[in-house]
Design a protein around this ligand. Structure first.
Ligand SMILES: Nc1nc2c(c(=O)[nH]1)N[C@@H](CN(C=O)c1ccc(C(=O)N[C@@H](CCC(=O)O)C(=O)O)cc1)CN2
Ligand SMILES: [Mg+2]
Length: 283
């Protein structure tokens, strides 16, 4: 058996077309959605991601502001920039690209973003809203995973989902979203005793560890849906996920590739969150 591919580039293209149409409608009401992107330091991967975010804004007709600051910026200076964006009426979404330099407290910076503009969904108010089922911004990567499941018409009710990884930005919110759709959810992590015993029971597996080959073919139930959130480099320096793609695709029913899977969906859901923030303002 060979798994069907869930193509994050194709789904993103489709969703961004919908976003662009809604942006046009909002502009007709006099509101242009605006995103502020703040990058501190010169991490080359982060530079690529922020450029792609600005480009996604251009492609969907949104306004964007990109601020890049040197690593020597102080946390107080960064907090002042966040505050300026909180008070800028042309900005509906603010994101501070992570990771931040070591001398900054990322959580403190995130909490300085107004929850109404927290389009990354990282603020504790956003996390609390997701936890309790109240309206709020959902973190873009797990939100993108949910859209991928929706795109294949997958019914989560009563299914067993295993999330590998417990980060605040992927693993934990992913588990909450799956739970909200009435899946039975298991969160596995570095102290899990028998990961394979868990994943073999799973109808849906989300791998979000940041380590190659965390999931291999012998760990997957035939027909399972496998979503790969990892971004690593293999021995040849090529981008790869957490899943042994070549092996697992022979067992799984559905699988996301890396690159071209969850990654592009992260930026697409950022566009959706920013648009919805602006729509709320216009309502
Ligand atoms: N403030 C934030 N910081 C970070 C986030 C985030 O959502 N908000 N997530 C990641 C980085 N990230 C977006 O910021 C991100 C990573 C990867 C991709 C992506 O499209 N990847 C491509 C491959 C790109 C490549 O070739 O290098 C893919 O998977 O196809 C998008 C966004 C951490 N920081
Ligand atoms: Mg992410």
């Amino acid at each position: 058996m060979t798994a069907q591919l869930i193509d994050g580039n194709a789904l993103s293209k489709q969703l961004r077309t919908d976003v662009a149409a809604r942006v046009t409608a909002l502009k007709a009401k006099g509101v242009t959605p605006g995103l502020a992107v703040i990058l501190v330091g010169d991490n080359p991967a982060s530079q690529v991601y922020v450029r792609n975010k600005v480009k996604a804004c251009e492609d969907t007709g949104m306004h964007s502001v990109l601020e890049t600051w040197p690593t020597t910026m102080t946390e107080a200076e960064l907090l002042a920039r966040v505050d300026a964006m909180n008070n800028d009426a042309s900005i509906h979404g603010i994101l501070v690209q992570l990771p931040l330099p070591a001398h900054m407290n990322a959580q403190r910076v995130i909490e300085a973003i107004s929850p109404e503009k927290d389009v990354d969904g990282f603020h504790i108010a956003s996390a609390g809203a997701l936890m309790t089922g109240l309206p709020g911004f959902w973190p873009c990567t797990p939100y993108g995973c949910m859209k991928m499941l929706e795109s294949i018409g997958y019914e989560l009710k009563g299914k067993h989902a295993v999330v590998i990884g417990r980060s605040n930005i992927v693993g934990k919110p992913m588990a909450m979203m799956l739970l909200q759709q009435n899946a039975t959810v298991t969160i596995c992590h570095s102290a899990t005793k028998d990961l394979k015993a868990m994943t073999l029971q799973a109808d849906v597996i989300v791998a979000a560890v940041g380590k190659r080959n965390v999931l291999t073919a012998d760990m997957v139930k035939p027909g399972a849906v496998v979503l790969d959130v990892g971004m690593n480099r293999n021995d040849e320096g090529k981008l790869c996920g957490d899943v042994d793609f070549a092996g697992v695709k022979e067992v799984a029913g559905w699988i996301t590739p890396v690159p071209g899977g969850v990654g592009p969906m992260t930026i697409t859901m950022l566009m959706v969150n920013t648009l919805e923030s602006a729509e709320r303002r216009a309502a």
